[in-house]
Design a protein around this ligand. Structure first.
Ligand code: SF4
Length: 474
């Protein structure tokens, strides 16, 4: 499973922001590894640099030196709509009646084709195949008497999942879809006597640059940061939220905050719940590193079994550039993980992982553990079986490719070669996803469509009101 992009933005008069964005994109590299880009404004002009590859491959010091400005946005991309190419790399630069703007987007528009048709009919030309460009074109075409009105009109046109940052020449804007499908948060920054604001996909990037987390951008909210302070526009209240539950299970970094708690703590609770549901006698509990570590520690804590590491991840493989053929997939797994044979030999092990998509990698891992001497391998998964594809910004698999769509749990277990297999129940997942929340209220907060097949009903248009908070001064 691959997430779809990271966005980041800074408004900090008196500071050169390109380096801050660069380090933040490093912290958000897990959300997209195909291309990376930064756009900055010096108050008059916008400069952009973007290319294919990881943040470390796209930027070097002399490029960052040329990106001179106190407002800026950054983006790491993994493609969903639109192919992986430089043409589709973000941020997008667009001309508008308010000067040049740069835009970066995480998510997937569900009314992409309608909007594309509408733009073409009104004589617009599109340079890319990305739905993110559509958001920019809509923002540019829908003029209002001020920025607030333009934003209200833009938000009312968009459907689907979108967490967006925009840099105009003199302001930073961030907004999130009405269901809050992808994360977005707001922070403050104080450095060398200057202060400012940041907007980020995840709070882990705030820590990296010494910014402080303030709060999440609310579903349906837009914030405008300028010399006048911060103005918030709030959408008409949506009764239902649909935050992607896989952000909690897998995508977000464990040191990021969601719903006022660290993702680490949420995953720890998922592990505890899993242990309550599916205890088995074993010698120890190990994670598939790295995303399953907090859940495995939670499982070990609850089951009073020792936690241990049986696999060491090669942390320098950001991704396998050459995808192995089916027959060579085992080598791909070996490239990524080295077994600690002395830890595994003769042991009955509980292996905690976050999900099984097609099953190929899990099968190769079970084989690797057994070949390394594990006597029994009991798989424990912190999500229910994934039976449906995602249309909201996650590259998962088709119905046909999803192993849980074709096989029962017992059949999957025997295909994987495991001694037992248990998936966290849906109620168990809801219960552990929010601190002190009951299952009923948790259900209303999340999208779990890939597990249940119940896709959130995306509002066609999102009526927005103009609720202005008093400007917050720096
Ligand atoms: S379908 Fe699954 S992966 Fe997609 S947004 Fe919903 S919970 Fe997340």
């Amino acid at each position: 499973m691959k997430d779809k992009c990271a966005v980041f933005g800074v408004y900090a008069p008196g500071l050169r922001v390109a380096n801050l964005i660069y380090f933040s994109l490093f912290a958000l590299q897990h959300r997209g590894q195909e291309s990376s880009g930064i756009a900055v404004s010096d108050g008059e002009r916008l400069f952009v640099h973007k290319d294919m590859g990881l943040v470390s491959q796209v930027f070097e010091e002399k490029i960052l030196e040329k990106l001179d400005g106190f407002i800026g946005i950054g983006h790491n991309r993994y493609s969903t709509t639109g192919r992986s190419s430089l043409q589709n790399a973000q941020p997008f630069l667009l001309e508008s009646d308010i000067g040049p703007i740069a835009l970066a987007h995480n998510g997937n528009l569900t009314n992409y084709q309608d909007l594309q048709k509408k733009l073409i009919e009104q004589g617009d030309t599109l340079q890319t195949t990305s739905d993110s460009e559509i958001i920019g074109k809509i923002f540019v075409s829908l003029k209002g008497k001020n920025l607030q009105e333009r934003l209200v009109r833009t938000l009312s046109e968009l459907s689907g999942a979108f967490s967006v940052v925009i840099s105009t020449k003199d302001s930073l804007i961030g907004f999130r879809d009405a269901l809050g499908i992808r994360p977005l948060c707001l922070g403050t920054l104080s450095k060398n006597g200057s202060s400012g604001w940041v907007i980020s996909s995840e709070s882990c990037a705030l820590q990296t640059i010494g910014a402080d987390f303030v709060r999440e951008v609310e579903p349906g909210e837009a914030v405008i940061i300028s010399k006048n302070g911060v103005v918030s526009l709030t959408a008409a209240a949506q009764k239902k939220r649909a935050f992607c539950i896989f952000e909690k299970i897998y995508f977000m970094r464990p040191d990021s905050i969601s719903e006022n708690e660290l993702i680490y703590e949420t995953r720890f609770r998922m592990g505890q719940e899993l242990a309550r549901e599916s205890f088995v006698r074993a010698d120890g509990v190990m994670p598939i590193p790295d995303s399953s570590v907090p859940a495995a520690i939670g499982f070990a804590y609850e089951s009073k079994l020792p936690f241990f590491e049986g696999l060491i991840k090669n942390r320098y493989i950001a991704r396998t550039f050459i995808q192995p053929e089916e027959s060579l997939r085992k080598i791909g797994v070996r490239l990524k993980f080295n077994p600690l044979k002395e830890q595994l030999y003769g042991k009955k092990v509980i292996v905690v992982d976050d999900s099984i998509v097609r099953g190929h990698t899990t099968k190769a891992i079970v084989t690797l553990l057994k070949e390394s001497g594990a006597e029994e391998v009991h798989l424990r998964i912190t999500s229910p079986p994934i039976r449906h594809p995602c249309n909201l910004g996650i590259d998962m698999a088709t119905h046909e490719e999803l192993i849980a769509n074709k096989k029962t749990v017992n059949e999957i277990c025997s295909y994987l070669g495991a001694d037992s297999l248990h998936y966290l129940s849906l109620d168990g997942l809801y219960k552990s996803s929010l601190k002190n929340a009951d299952i009923h209220s948790a259900r209303k907060k999340f999208c779990a469509a890939c597990l249940t097949g119940e896709y959130p009903s995306i509002p066609d248009s999102q009526p927005h009101s103009l609720l202005q908070e008093p400007a917050l001064n720096f």
